[in-house]
Structures are given as C-alpha cells and as structure tokens.
Write a protein that binds this ligand. Structure first.
Ligand SMILES: [Zn+2]
Length: 290
C-alpha cells in the first residue's frame, strides 16, 4: 500500500509564513486534519483546503496534538460543522466547556485575545473523542496511533501514521530549513522529567519522519530528538535558582541567540514567545521547591 499523501497547510499565523501548520492527510475513505489552528487562522486553513480541491464539508475527522490555541482554537468550529474531534482525555473537557481555558488565556493575552486567536466555539460533547494514549483510531481508511506524550503539556498526544509522527510541540519549534530549535516551555504544565521520558519513548519508535506544527517535516529524526532532550534539560537548568522574570528572559535570550539573526528571532517569537517559556520554567521550579 502506498503511504497516504500528507499536505502541509501554512496557516500564516499573524501574517507570518511557516509559523503554524495544519496537516491534511488524504485517506482512501476520506480526509483527516491533524491540528486545525486558531479561529483567527480559519480563513487560511479553508484557503489551503481549497487549493487541494476540498471544502470544510470534506473533512470528517480532526486529530489534535493538544488544545493550546494555536493548535486547536478552531476545533469547536469544526465540531459544529460535524467533524469528529480526537483529543487527549485531559484536554477534552476544555473543548466542550471552554470557559476556564479562555479565562486563563485572557489573563495572558488580555485585549489581544481576539486579534491573536479569533473566535473559540464550544464543541458538542458527542463530537469529542477522549483518548489516553495507546489507542488506534481508524478513520478515513487510515490507522492513527495515539501516544501519550507529556512534557510540553500534560494533555499532549503524538499521532503516528505508519512511520510518520505528527508531534505537536513535543519535538519543539524549528524554522523550516533552519537548524536552530526552540523549546516551548509554557505554564502550567511544562515538566522536564516527563518531557525527557517522552523523548526516550518516541525516539525508540524510530519514526522515519516528524511533522512539527512549528514548522514542517524533519528527516534527521534521531539527531533531532537528541537535541530536543539536551535543550529541554539545559533550558530547565536556567531557572533552577528561580531568578526574576527579566533575568530569566535575558538568560533565555543569551542561551539561544548565539546562532540567530533578528529576522529568525522575530519568526520564532511569533511561533513560540519567550515570555511564555520563562513563565513555564518558573512555575515548574516553584512547584518543585514548594
Ligand atoms: Zn503548545
């Protein structure tokens, strides 16, 4: 059997190319989206589908790696269109009743909420399928395996299709074509030990290719995982002494800026802002030392 074709759809988040992706998988019996982006990027997603000759009605299933807004903010819209949504059990309640999620996002983004993320609609409960990892989901004539992959977030899944993995944020952020990677360590669930264990487990699967939501395909898989593990560890250490936020931001900046120019830094900030990573690191250490 020839592998199912996978298309990368650029969601042009905040007008920035190759910052946030969704993935279209054409199966023998239908079409599947992995990730669906935010409400604000729905027009770009629809446009991307149209370029492949599809309309939203052609999408029967949406598989989410996790429910952060840049990955899944539009899930409710898809569910209300009739698509079936597959998500980690810890994330599922927030799709059905998003009030808490939106309240905490509003604390972070304030009046930028709508500009950044657009509308976030609740998903009808009967459309939401909650998974714990280990399940095989048969949709569109394809078999996807869900892997429980905490570290970036407790409710994170990696989706496996044959020897390909859709890795969400757990294989970090990489500008397409570049070598530099950034570890997104946001609050409230960044957890170093869990992330390292996840990397070990995913590395052992020996995927042939990874698809990063930020952004695109990675072919040198083992090398990539090794670098992710090293950086998760090193980045966590930057906050061990619980510095104030400004100090930590300066450390993070120095930590990664050696091989970055301004344009690359700007593009990375668009895909995974540093302030968020600083907050996640501080929260992680505070929890440990409490
Ligand atoms: Zn995320």
């Amino acid at each position: 059997m020839t592998p199912a074709p996978i298309q990368i759809i650029d969601l042009h988040f905040r007008g920035s190319p190759r910052a946030v992706a969704a993935f279209l998988v054409r199966g023998p019996q239908g079409n599947v989206l992995i990730e669906c982006g935010a409400g604000s990027t729905l027009p770009a997603l629809k446009q991307g589908l149209q370029e492949h000759g599809l309309t939203p009605a052609d999408i029967g299933h949406v598989l989410l790696t996790h429910i952060h807004l840049d990955h899944a903010g539009a899930a409710g819209w898809w569910a209300q269109q009739g698509a079936e949504i597959y998500v980690h059990a810890f994330g599922a309640p927030h799709l059905v009743a998003p009030e808490k999620l939106l309240a905490s996002a509003t604390r972070i983004y304030g009046d930028q909420m709508d500009v950044l993320w657009g509308p976030y609609l609740p998903s009808p409960a009967e459309r939401v399928h909650a998974l714990n990892g280990g399940e095989v989901v048969e949709v569109a004539g394809l078999s996807f395996t869900a892997h429980d992959t905490p570290g970036h977030a407790r409710h994170h899944l990696v989706w496996q299709l044959d020897d390909v993995a859709f890795v969400g944020d757990v294989a970090a952020i990489r500008l397409e074509g570049g070598r530099h990677i950034r570890i997104p360590s946001p609050p409230p669930e960044f957890e170093r030990e869990a992330w390292l264990e996840t990397v070990d487990r995913m590395r052992a699967v020996r995927f042939g290719r990874l698809y990063l939501t930020h952004f695109g395909a990675v072919e040198n898989v083992d090398d990539h995982w090794a670098r992710v593990a090293t950086l998760v560890d090193a980045q966590a250490e930057l906050a061990r002494d619980l510095p104030d936020r400004e100090t930590l931001l300066a450390r993070l900046d120095a930590f990664e800026s050696r091989d970055l120019d301004e344009v690359e830094r700007e593009r990375l900030n668009n895909a995974g802002p540093m302030g968020m990573s600083a907050d996640g690191l501080l929260r992680y250490w505070k929890k440990l030392t409490r």
